[in-house]
Ligand binder design. Sequence first.
Ligand SMILES: *[C@@H]1O[C@H](CO)[C@@H](O)[C@H](O)[C@H]1NC(C)=O
Ligand SMILES: *[C@@H]1O[C@H](CO)[C@@H](O)[C@H](O)[C@H]1NC(C)=O
Ligand SMILES: *[C@@H]1O[C@H](CO)[C@@H](O)[C@H](O)[C@H]1NC(C)=O
Ligand SMILES: *[C@@H]1O[C@H](CO)[C@@H](O)[C@H](O)[C@H]1NC(C)=O
Ligand SMILES: *[C@@H]1O[C@H](CO)[C@@H](O)[C@H](O)[C@H]1NC(C)=O
Ligand SMILES: *[C@@H]1O[C@H](CO)[C@@H](O)[C@H](O)[C@H]1NC(C)=O
Ligand SMILES: *[C@@H]1O[C@H](CO)[C@@H](O)[C@H](O)[C@H]1NC(C)=O
Length: 791
Amino acid sequence: MLSIQKWKCSWSLAAAIASIVALVSVVHLFLFPFGPSFDYFRETQNACVPINGSSEATTNHVREDLRVTADLDHRFPADLHKGDIYHDAQWKAEIGQWLSGCNSITQEISIAEIIGGINCKNGCSGQGVCNRELGQCRCFHGYSGEGCSERLQLDCNFPPSPEQPYGRWVVSICPAYCDTRRAMCFCGEGTKYPNRPVPEACGFKVNLSSEPDAPKLIDWTKADLDNIFTTNGSKPGWCNVDPTEAYSNKVQFKEECDCKYDGLWGQFCEVPVLCTCINQCSGHGRCRGGFCQCDNGWYGIDCSIPSVVSSVRDWPQWLRPAHIDVADDAHLTAKVVNLNAVVKKKRPLIYVYDLPPGFNSLLLEGRHFKFECVNRIYDDKNATLWTDQLYGAQMALYESILASSHRTLNGEEADFFFVPVLDACIITRADDAPHLSMQEHMGLRSSFTLEFYKKAYEHIVEQYPYWNRSLGRDHIWFLSWDEGACYAPKEIWSSMMLVHWGNTNSKHNHSTTAYRFDNWDSIPSSRRGSHPCFEPEKDLVLPAWKRPDGIPLSAKLWARPREKRKTLFYFNGNLGPAYPNGRLEASYSMGIRQKIAEEFGSSPDKKGKLGKQHAEDVIVTPLRSERYHEDLASSVFCGVFPGDGWSGRMEDSILQGCIPVVIQDGIFLPYENVLNYGSFAVRISEDEIPNLIKILRGFNETKIEYMLANVRKIWLRFLYRDSIMLEAERQKTVFGHVEDWAVEFLRLIEDDVFATFIQVLHYKLHNDPWRQHIHVEKDFGLPRECLIGTD
Ligand SMILES: *[C@@H]1O[C@H](CO)[C@@H](O)[C@H](O)[C@H]1NC(C)=O
Ligand SMILES: *[C@@H]1O[C@H](CO)[C@@H](O)[C@H](O)[C@H]1NC(C)=O
Ligand SMILES: *[C@@H]1O[C@H](CO)[C@@H](O)[C@H](O)[C@H]1NC(C)=O
Ligand SMILES: *[C@@H]1O[C@H](CO)[C@@H](O)[C@H](O)[C@H]1NC(C)=O
Ligand SMILES: *[C@@H]1O[C@H](CO)[C@@H](O)[C@H](O)[C@H]1NC(C)=O
Ligand SMILES: *[C@@H]1O[C@H](CO)[C@@H](O)[C@H](O)[C@H]1NC(C)=O
Ligand SMILES: *[C@@H]1O[C@H](CO)[C@@H](O)[C@H](O)[C@H]1NC(C)=O
């Protein structure tokens, strides 16, 4: 802080203060009591400018309160599995002891949050949002340049050739009007509905096969302009079809056309609806197809960051209550000025990078299918429609971090740095449009993804001072795809990886997906390095996204008691080539499901045979019943085996209260490096597959009841409740009513995914050995014995 006491009231100071005061009144400072940090301002104000305020004596009471001592060695006995209970979960002993001893007595500390005031060139020309921390524009889709004044030409089609007049096939392929800001296809001028989308197959001829059940083939070389532009009501049309007439069967429309883009509803896109944006722009902006167009004064991917020109009254919860203060160098810089707001917070503090939108919002904004990348869309009443996208966890966690009280804008004080690259979006959109071409990546989505992460790394190293302090070890990346952080570029490996696939590569030391385009074996080590996919010492496996559904929740399937679980073992999923529609590749599921089916298959295979050891109370079937969740909840043990990488079966099992039986050697599951798996799960080695059922029958009732009880204690740690409740609150604010799923979720109060994540970060903050030498002088809000390296 500036030591201004000694200053005389010089002209330059008076000028500086006058300008600050002007600013301060813009932010309605008078609404808030002045805090201690405003002291210097008051000292000078008497002489120079009148300003109202009351002062309260500054004390060091925060530090004083920290004299509570934590007895880490004696207060917390371990259970028979060397676990330690904290918030009802059985943590690995050392983690649990630390958490129950230290997390529970963490104190709030005062953090100076920096409220940006830097302007952007030309105010981003109305075609972008100004990041006022850096003074850099985040341009909307199709705009670029320092002030977003450049208009990009993003074609829908690859260059034409005589054989392929619309270029080679790509999702964005378009014979009608291409909106070159987004590479999306519309009916265009001259039609009755110029803004009606013409997605993919809609605009091209369909080759009708003589066989009735054969799949339809689209001829990508022949546009079907006749049908999309026709005004003749007896032909199947599209761009001139009146929805009311079509719904009442008065006119025909082309089947391949329908409403695939986000923000529009109805077969003919005739109903405007909300589209999906991160945190729905936090009430400070408008969602344009996935990119938040923030109100003046706000910025960030979700418009959650105020600047000096936004009203303090509207600041988000995580910046409250704030004591406003003016930054040290305010008098030095001609460009105005950041404000400091002193906020009481608990560590761990997370700084979230506001990356250029190419890493996230532009991938959302240019989506050709509303369901891809996101975990919710909105229906014709603007009610939330949750999706089954297993990759939705990435968005859920991101939203929770952005709205969390652990978030900070002060990188100097931050304990962790979250780098929000959305790989779930990059992968689903690889080769989606010419500007997302994989041409230089041998058709490998893995390689394509790696490049995005590398670019994000380069950006933060170039633009921010934080990476080098710890060589990136306090940075956090989420790689949510099938094989997690296997695709991480070598430059970022020192960071913490959040994944769904914890392959330590101790046994499976190569790509484990059978899906060719995701394989990473051929990515050269000059790019990937030779790191494993997961290091338990630093990384964390998080649960996949499961759709929040009020009905199974209210049925409390997770709590179903032992006596209602008649099936000993249950697994449902693709079991390989022996079964109808089975995956053909021997490497699918690393061969595991195939072996299980051979032994215990309970449905006849193509040859009509059951598994060698099939039994009445064992279900291993490729057939999913309507009652999938009930089936899981009627079983004692449920199989957790790989698919192409992870398969979401761990979540299915836990959420239905079933004891998970994990078979994947050397590959960690959610929280396996922090929770005491022995107390609620069974791990069986791949070699033991033939003995699976024999092993399970060996567990006595006491042990089974004990494990079931533990599953019940931790089940909510596998749901993204926090992010779901954020959505519920938004919906309540807008519509004033609470939906069924929200009512059910409101009743749950135990720790969820996000709470667990924060607990893990808190543990890491004080126990990661590399931190010993970094910023030990900070105020951590913890007694000495909880800190490392301070003695
Ligand atoms: C400052 O205080 C005076 C006297 O108490 C009051 O009349 C005036 O409205 C106050 N101004 C502001 C901006 O609060
Ligand atoms: C569609 O049919 C035409 C001629 O009948 C043929 O030349 C073309 O290859 C077919 N296209 C596809 C995708 O099957
Ligand atoms: C409309 O299309 C039908 C069927 O293709 C055709 O018989 C009719 O002549 C067309 N009408 C006009 C006005 O073109
Ligand atoms: C849903 O939201 C869209 C976009 O804000 C709006 O145009 C539409 O009127 C809303 N619909 C309803 C039923 O509230
Ligand atoms: C960070 O370290 C790299 C390599 O050690 C160096 O090239 C770069 O200039 C450093 N960046 C900053 C901001 O200090
Ligand atoms: C992978 O494991 C196999 C045996 O399981 C071993 O022969 C091979 O050297 C390992 N490769 C690497 C890169 O570690
Ligand atoms: C049940 O099994 C556990 C070990 O898995 C053992 O310690 C316990 O004594 C057994 N209880 C009974 C009643 O057999």
